[in-house]
Design a protein around this ligand. Structure first.
Ligand code: ZN
Length: 571
């Protein structure tokens, strides 16, 4: 039994995420956590909401709520949807927690002590009317390029030209409309990432088993252009973690907060503290401090490719730079993008299927199966309704659901609701057991390597093998001539249902639970041992009930209805 720390990239607070976000980090992380728990390992699986920064302020303003209240509410919404998708976090924390405040201030303090923080003077737009500095997105004016009158400080949405707020003609504050804006000098703290380039590069180079997608992105940021750049860790905002040097004030930094990219990954650690403070765990340091037991922890992170630079460089710079014995990530699993029906998912344009909408139309397992079996691992992948319908109807309904239904109903009608006795294995059973023993080992190998699509393919092949066996062994025909022969086929097939439930639980936990529940609370739930005993866990005489139909097929009418409903903008 090993100890596994698993984190999913933390979703931003400003709204409900779409299915592309889900499959890019939270869902495969959950798959892996469930698999490792199933195999008997000790797992701590953490996620949280990322709550600071300008977009949270803007979203709160749009919702007409104070930002703290907005974040608390949205955290609750996201937590409930995560539960709906059966994401089995041990704790779903918040980057705005007091624990993260303290820890972020602590890291800034020790990084300063190590000489890795420098002060930089910059000029930024200040609004005396609003009494604050304005981030680029809070400034609008006329585009100098095309004359569009609502160009933002960072970009013109009409001609897409990248802008600097000083380029705008007649700039004004989007908060108050004030036009008396002025450039003021302001000081910020920078993390000296450039000073850590060699140490970071040596660390990345030691990770020879990491996916190429992960290491290639890291190497690009390390070496392209002028190489790894120092990065600002503070902002002139109200909403965020106040800049402090540990517990002490930071002269010259009054009224400033840490930049969201700096405090967000530190929440991975703070989240473990929140987990303990919520009474769910006893000791967070044994997961995070290598001087307190975390030496034997394997730490795996899940994220979309856009998050790779922060996790391979910026967060490790924070950890390594502190000089303290914090646990570094052992393996980073990154994902490409999932596209939606000929285009991109888009939160800002409301395009695609959002997590709440998905659960309104179908149970979580349908989505989990499709998303994981089509995870964008080696390249981007695409959701289409046709493919989704086909995958659900074939894999889940025709193959798995049909097998469970036929076996249990046939047994009930011929032998009653208990595992039948009599008969012995023949060549067909020997061949099936040999095939499944080999395939289960293959499935485990893919899961150990976090090869999500390959694992799904192998699992499907395991389901198919049982179906083909049932079809060719044909207990309904054998029963007339040789009931003992039918009994052994049914006994093995009932055992396959239990085996399928255990193996499938990481992908489709609710359906797996329904399958296991058919055999009563005493049914064995242990992971297959990899030998003949896996096929005899349910002895003759063990009772069962015929479960409800596991999966309903998606009709063409439903598919067309959903296709048009989700084609436009989220209402
Ligand atoms: Zn323009």
């Amino acid at each position: 039994m090993a100890r596994h720390l698993i984190t999913s990239a933390i979703p931003y607070i400003n709204g409900i995420k779409h299915l592309g976000n889900l499959v890019g980090s939270q869902l495969p992380a959950d798959l892996y956590a469930r698999y490792l728990r199933g195999r008997g390992h000790e797992v701590l699986f953490l996620c949280a909401t990322d709550e600071h920064g300008t977009p949270a302020e803007l979203a709160a303003a749009k919702a007409g709520k104070p930002v703290a209240e907005y974040c608390e509410e949205m955290h609750g919404v996201q937590a409930e949807i995560a539960l709906g998708f059966r994401l089995s976090f041990d704790h779903f924390g918040r980057s705005s927690s007091p624990q993260n405040h303290r820890l972020t201030q602590h890291f800034a303090g020790v990084l300063a002590d190590q000489g890795l923080i420098r002060e930089v003077s910059e000029t930024q737009m200040y609004s005396p009317t609003d009494g604050r500095y304005l981030p680029d997105r809070y400034i609008e004016g006329t585009c100098p390029n095309c004359g569009f009158d609502s160009a933002r400080g960072d970009q013109c949405d009409n001609c897409t030209k990248q802008l600097d707020p000083v380029d705008l003609i007649n700039p004004h504050s989007t908060i108050s409309g004030a036009t008396d804006l002025e450039m003021r000098e302001t000081k910020h703290l920078y993390l000296r990432q450039s000073a850590m380039k060699d140490e970071l590069e040596a660390w990345i180079d030691s990770k020879t088993e990491w996916p190429v997608l992960t290491t290639s992105i890291a190497k690009k940021w390390l070496n392209d252009g002028d190489g790894l750049q120092d990065r600002g860790i503070t902002r002139d905002l109200d909403w965020g973690i106040p800049v402090k040097k540990g517990d002490a004030d930071w002269p010259g930094m009054e009224g400033k907060v840490f930049y969201v990219w700096f405090d967000a990954p530190i929440e991975y650690i703070a989240c473990a503290q929140e987990w303990v403070d919520a009474g769910k765990g006893a000791d967070w340091e044994s997961w995070w401090r290598t001087d307190k037991g975390a030496e034997d922890v394997t730490y795996t992170q899940f994220m979309g490719k856009d998050n790779v630079p922060f996790h391979t460089l910026s967060f490790p710079a924070t950890i390594l730079g502190s000089g303290e014995p914090w646990k570094l990530v052992d393996y980073i699993k990154s994902f490409n993008y999932l596209n939606y029906d000929g285009g991109q998912f888009s939160t800002s344009r409301g395009r695609g299927i959002f997590m709440d909408q998905a659960l309104e139309i179908l149970p979580a397992d349908y989505w989990r199966w499709w998303l994981l079996s089509h995870a964008p691992e080696s390249s981007d992948s695409e959701f289409t309704w046709e493919n989704f319908q086909q995958s659900v109807n074939k894999d889940l309904a025709d193959v798995l659901g049909n097998f469970v239904s036929r076996v249990t109903k046939f047994c009930r009608s011929k032998f009653g609701e208990e595992v039948p006795a009599g008969g012995g294995y023949g060549p067909q059973e020997e061949a099936l057991i040999a095939e499944l023993t080999r395939r289960v080992a293959g499935y485990q190998a893919h899961m150990d390597a976090i090869e999500v699509r390959k694992a799904a393919q192998e699992l499907r092949a395991i389901w198919v093998a049982g179906n083909e066996y049932l079809q060719s062994a044909a207990p309904w025909a054998a029963f007339k001539e040789d009931p003992e022969r039918a009994a052994v086929i049914v006994r093995l097939s009932l055992n396959l249902i239990r085996l399928y439930a255990v193996l499938s639980a990481p992908f489709i936990p609710d359906s797996a639970e329904t399958m296991l529940a058919a055999f009563g609370p005493g049914a064995r739930r242990d992971w297959p041992a990899g030998d003949a005993s896996d096929f005899e866990a349910l002895p003759a005489g063990a009772g069962f009930t015929v479960p409800e139909n596991l999966f309903a097929k998606i009709t063409d009418e439903q598919r067309e209805d959903w296709q048009s409903r989700f084609a436009g903008t989220r209402g």
